[in-house]
Design a protein around this ligand. Sequence first.
Ligand code: KIV
Length: 270
Amino acid sequence: MSDQVRKIGVRDLHRRKAAGERIVAVTAYDAQMARLVEAAGVDLILVGDSLGMTMLGYRTTIPVTMEDCLRHTAAVVRGTKRAMVVGDMPFLTCHLGPEEALRQAARFLQEAGADGVKVEGGQAMAGTVRRMVQAGIPVMGHVGLLPQAVLAEGGYRVHGRTADEADAIFADAQALAEAGAFAVVLEGVTQELGRRITADLPVPTIGIGAGPFCDGEIQVLHDLLGLFEDFVPKHTKRYAELGVAVRQAIGAYCDEVRARRFPGEEQSFT
Ligand code: KIV
C-alpha cells in the first residue's frame, strides 16, 4: 500500500466553498513550522512575502526578493505532505510584463515545488493572472489592502469604506476570478464588503481583516503565536504567547549556564 498522503488542491478548496466548509490558511516560512501547522490541520500554507518582517527584520515587504521567497517556499514544501503550499510573488515581479511575471511564477513550481502562487493586485493584474493560469499555474489573487503598495498609500488602512472604493475592490475580485484565480485573498476590507464579494464570487474568498463571512481565513503565523510582540493588529488574535515562552526558556538557560548548573551529569559523557 502506498503511504503517499493526498495533497489538498484547487478542486478541494472549491468543493469546500460549495459545501459551506471553511478553509483554514496560515503563513509559514520554514520546514519545521510547516510540519507543525500541517499537523495542526491547516489546509493551505502561504509562504507570504511577510517573511520580510517575520524572518528578515525588514519594516515592509518591499525589500523581499524572488530568491528570498524561493528559498523559504522550498523549505516549507520540504516540511509538508498534505497542505497546499502557495508562494508569494514579491514586489515588482508582476509589473515588468506578463511574460516576465509568468517566468518568475513558474520558478515557484519548478524550483521550489510550490502548488501555486499569490499575486497582489486586482483588475490591473487580471491579464497577468490569465496568462499564468493558461500556462497551468494555480494563482491566488489578493485585493483590498495591498502591503506592497504601502509606500504609495502612505501606510496601512481599512479599504472599502466608501461606496466607490468598495465597488472598485468588488470589481477587482471579479476580474481575478474571471481570469482564472482559484481563490482571492481579501485583506483589510470592511466585513460588509467581505460578505458581498464572498456571496458573488464563484471561487473561495480567504479573509484577513475582512470579517467573518469569507469562505476561509488566513493569518500571519507570528501574530497568532505571539511571536510578533510590538502590537496586536485588530484583525488578529493571539492563540499562544511564544514570545514570552522563548524569553523565559532562554532566560533560564542563561541563568543555569552562568551558575554552572547546566550542563550537568545527565548531559555529559564519560
Ligand atoms: O505576505 C503575506 O503574509 C500575505 C498574507 C497576509 C495574506 O500576503
